[in-house]
Design a protein around this ligand. Structure first.
Ligand code: NAP
Ligand code: ZN
Length: 349
């Protein structure tokens, strides 16, 4: 049966309503009626063909909150009516070393991502959350313990939340650590909230002077306007950890210069055009640059439970499906406060 979705037929075409099919609910599957779906900058990169390799039609969306409408015969952990989340992955082999270590995002036999991954069902690749419903393997369905009225603002935790949580945890961001968050967009604003909740000293870096007060309200102890060379110089050699969420190509040396000895700059942005190679001279003293990709299912559940317990959600602007294109254009300009979330009930209008 055809369901309503929103997607692109080519990189130079705007997103528009389309009809898609979902597979029947298999024994290990869970069928979810969509309530909300966040808009990640990855959705824009993918739909517009900025990463090459986009398979069309492309239905993006991997920050999903919905309600279970059917469960397969082998499903044990969930029931019809449960409110659940789905993030960037919908399946993996479950047997390889990465899967065994709860790192399904690195499945050696190929993670099935929520969109743009090859599958047998039509049209031959996965279609994401800008749709009325989705069918997901049970292992990739997350329990949501937030209050009902928070659910729209929980959706962005499924990607923006876990993508910042995972590297912050790995860096032991917490009391006594000085942590920088670069780029105050969807990921960055969650990074500020989480690093603050962990007890770190948090410094936000933004190119937008208009976000300074917001960044403080989100939890930053200090805010640096990165276009101001004096403000940047005042932070030299002082950071244990910097998380860089910028969605466009930029010079990393500006941030490696701010690391203390043994400090780490972790990148999560995947810009259309790669960042220039970092200058190795800045890395003397045990400083490192690395890249982090989302997080495993177990740590995603841990993040959701922590956020429910601490009342942490994203700051969102709720939009209708026919406003997704306008949202993409604003996101390109860095003008999002701080995540768009699509109200799925508008998909059928
Ligand atoms: P977003 O909401 O658009 O935020 C990106 C922020 O980067 C902007 O708000 C802006 O913050 C800053 N920025 C500075 N210069 C920019 C420029 N020239 N163009 C655009 N932004 C600029 O994006 P997001 O959803 O947080 O995603 C950020 C990046 O992470 C994207 O590349 C996305 O694909 C990637 N991502 C990676 C993973 C992963 O697993 N590694 C997961 C999700 C997303 P200021 O105004 O404060 O400067
Ligand atoms: Zn994302």
């Amino acid at each position: 049966m055809a369901i309503a979705a929103y997607g692109a037929t080519a990189g130079d075409q705007p997103l528009a309503p389309m009809a898609i099919e979902r597979r029947a609910t298999g024994p290990k599957d869970i069928r979810i009626a969509m309530s909300y779906c966040g808009i990640c900058h990855s959705d824009l990169h993918q739909a517009r063909g900025e990463w090459k390799g986009t398979l069309y039609p492309c239905v993006p969306g991997h920050e999903i909150i919905g309600e279970i409408t059917a469960v397969g015969s082998d499903v044990t952990g969930f029931a019809v009516g449960d409110t659940v989340g789905v993030g960037c992955m919908v399946d993996s082999c479950g047997r390889c070393q990465s899967c065994a270590r709860n790192r399904e995002q690195f499945c050696e036999n190929g993670t099935t991502f929520t969109y743009n991954s090859p599958i047998c069902d039509a049209p031959g690749h996965t279609l994401g959350g800008y749709a009325e419903e989705i069918v997901v393997a049970e292992h990739f369905v997350l329990r949501v313990r937030h209050h009902r009225e928070q659910l729209a603002a929980v959706a962005p935790l499924l990607c923006a939340g876990i993508t910042t949580w995972s590297p912050l945890k790995r860096a032991n961001a917490g009391p006594g650590k000085k942590v920088g968050i670069v780029g105050i967009g969807g990921l960055g604003h969650m990074g500020v909230k989480l690093a603050r909740a962990f007890g770190a000293h948090v410094v936000a870096f933004t190119t937008s002077p208009g976000k300074v007060e917001d960044a403080k309200a989100l939890g930053a102890h200090e805010v640096v306007v990165s276009r101001n060379a004096d403000e940047m110089a005042a932070q030299a050699n002082s950071f244990d950890f910097i998380l860089d969420t910028v969605a466009a190509s930029h010079n990393l040396d500006d941030y490696t210069a701010l690391l203390a000895n043994d400090g780490t700059l972790t990148l999560v942005g995947v810009p259309e055009h790669p960042n220039p190679e970092p200058n190795p001279d800045n890395l003397v003293g045990g400083r490192t640059v690395d890249f982090s990709m989302i997080g495993g299912i177990a740590e995603t559940q841990e993040m959701l439970d922590f956020c429910a317990e601490h009342g942490i959600v994203a700051d969102i602007e709720m939009i209708a499906a026919d406003e997704i294109e306008a949202g993409f254009e604003r996101m390109k300009r860095g003008d999002v406060k701080y995540r768009f979330v699509v109200d799925a009930s508008t998909l059928t209008n």
